[in-house]
Every structure is written in C-alpha cells, then in structure tokens.
Design a protein around this ligand. Structure first.
Ligand SMILES: [Zn+2]
Length: 337
C-alpha cells in the first residue's frame, strides 16, 4: 500500500499542553511520525491542491485565524505558544472579537491545542497529504492508500480547533471526493476518541455517513459529543452512527461493534470509504483506556477491507511512540491479507 507524507508536517511542535490542571509535555509530538516512517517503505510526496478544498469544509474566518493568530500573539507581546483561556459560552457573538484572547476563545474549544508559528504550515501539508492520497486512490491503481497525516484532524470542526487538530483531513477528503464525482462517502472513525469535528461538519448531510467507535463520552474526551442517540439531523437524519464503548474494551467486544458499523456502511452504498485511524486504542497508550494488543490491528483492518470499497486511511491519534510503528504497520498489513 502506498503512503503519502510531507516533512513539513513535523514543524508543529508545541512545548506543552494543559491537562488535569498542570502543564505537561505535548503528547502529539513529531516523534510519532518518525516512529511510523521507520517501519514503512519510502513515502510519496504530496502535491499542493491549494486552499480550495480547505475552504469547502472550513469557514474563511477560521482559516484566517489559523494563519494569523501566532503572529498576533507575538505582536501583542505574548511569549510561547498561543493558547486560549476564556471561551464565549452563552455570550453574544460579535464580528469584532479582534483581541488575541477573544479570537483564541472563539475558534478553540479546549486548552490542549497550542498554536505555534509553524502550526499552519504543518496543518496545511497534513491536509494536502490526505488530498494527494485521495487523488492517488481515484486513479484506481490501488484499492487502499495511507495518508500519514499530522497534525491529526477529526476533532477540528468547520470553525474550531481542539484535541490537537486544526484542519479536518478526513472531512476535507470526503468533500473533495464528492466534488470529484462521488455520490456517497462513508467515514469510519476508529480512533479511541469520538471525532466530534467530523460529526459536526456532516451532521445535516445525507451524502456523507459518519460511523464512529470510541470511548464513551461520559468518561472520556471530548465529553460533549459521541453519544449513541446522536444520529444526524434534517437531511442528515440517520447518517451518523455512534458506537460508544466502555473503558477497558478489548478486541472481541470491539469487533462486534465494528460489524454494526460495517453493515451500516455497506447498506449506505458508499463510493469511497475514509478511515480515520487512531492508534490510541492500544493497551499502553498514555492518554487512553482500551486494551488492544499489537496483533489485534490486522484483524481490525482485515474486517474493514472485506467491504471492498476504495479506501483512504487517514492517520489520527496514537501516543505510545515506542509502539506506534508496529501498530500502524500491523493495521496497514491487514488490508492486504
Ligand atoms: Zn484519539
């Protein structure tokens, strides 16, 4: 299976994040990529598809924010990485939220996603990596292709960042596939955490099915999204499927839920499948609580590949740096079996 990757994705490297009341080293670090690249064949370089596909999913105001906030942070005399500390919960919205704190609170939903001078460039090339892999898939040479994206994307909404995510690579790819002629796209999210951004973007859309297996939001981030009764709205009623699972879930229980997701995707008759793959279901992941073993991942992908739908795999989370290479290679190998 071919892999796409761009080294500019490693430039984004926040020093620390706020977690449980303390600043701790940033978990979504560039070394994750080095560990994955060390076990894969030489990747292909993405081409620049421009900002049109990004604008098809994200708002102009949000894209302007991502490109300018770090410089504004510095111009207003702040040190270190840009981070919000106040949020407009139930506040009246105005167009002139211009001060750096007001902009950060408006477009970020958590305090765990610092923005550095390099964040935009890394996020931009992460999206281009996904778009280039999608183009490769549409040429029909392979039925599966891997986009080694970083920063990840599934927590980013149309106009917000959070959960280490800035641009929603899976959503940008899904919309690009539709714009290129697909009638229906399915997104299967198998990261440990619910992909709230992806759900939000397509919640009222009938042409994109979003199916997600994740830790129950009553116990796990992102807490406010991902319950089983969130099933879509308006024209999108019935095109969101959430399968929350308890902490401690092992592969056998997970596979039973996965079969529900796969049969729903099959019934949706998608032209293209996008898999948001997180390696943070692993038993020794430092921020997650499922109990997958290293050799479980090929079982997962073998089941997905039986759908026989052209599939773009997009990298999301996974923070056990010493294990992530083995997890990703095991997952990719299962598609060929
Ligand atoms: Zn995750």
């Amino acid at each position: 299976m071919d892999t796409f990757f761009d080294p500019r994705q490693t430039a984004h490297a926040p020093r620390q994040e706020l977690q449980n009341g303390a600043f701790v080293p940033y978990a979504e670090k560039p070394e994750r990529l080095d560990a994955i690249l060390s076990v894969l064949p030489t990747p292909l370089a993405p081409t620049d598809h421009g900002d049109g596909p990004l604008r098809a999913v994200h708002t102009s105001a949000y894209l302007d924010f991502l490109q300018s906030i770090s410089a504004q942070w510095k111009a207003e005399g702040r040190d270190g990485d840009a981070l919000p500390y106040v949020f407009p919960v139930n506040a009246p919205m105005h167009e002139d939220f211009d001060r750096v704190e007001a902009r950060l609170g408006r477009f970020c939903y958590d305090m765990g996603t610092p923005i550095t001078p390099q964040s935009w460039e890394s996020a931009y090339w992460s999206a281009q990596t996904a778009l280039s892999a999608l183009s490769h898939l549409s040429r029909g040479d392979d039925e599966h292709v891997f986009a080694l994206c970083r920063p990840p994307g599934h927590h980013a909404g149309a106009s917000y960042c959070g959960g280490y995510c800035f641009l929603n690579n899976a959503a940008i790819s899904a919309q690009a596939a539709l714009n290129a002629g697909a009638d229906r796209v399915a997104i299967l999210d198998v990261d440990y955490h619910h992909g709230n951004g992806t759900q939000d973007i397509f919640y009222e859309r009938a042409d994109v099915l979003v199916a997600s297996l994740h830790a129950d939001p009553r116990t796990d981030y992102p807490f406010y999204w991902g319950r089983a009764d969130e099933t879509g709205k308006a024209r999108g009623a019935g095109t969101t499927l959430n399968l929350p699972l308890p902490q401690g879930t092992r592969i056998d229980a997970y596979m039973a839920a996965l079969e529900t997701a796969l049969s729903t995707i099959e019934a949706f008759r998608a032209d293209t499948l996008i898999v948001s793959f997180g390696a943070d279901t692993y038993e020794n992941d430092p921020i997650s609580h499922f109990k997958f073993h290293m050799d479980d991942y090929s079982r997962l992908s073998a089941a997905i590949s039986r759908l026989s739908i052209p599939t773009l795999i997009v990298m999301e989370g996974g923070y056990a740096v010493d294990a992530i290479g083995g997890i990703v290679s095991g997952f990719l190998d299962g598609f060929a079996s």
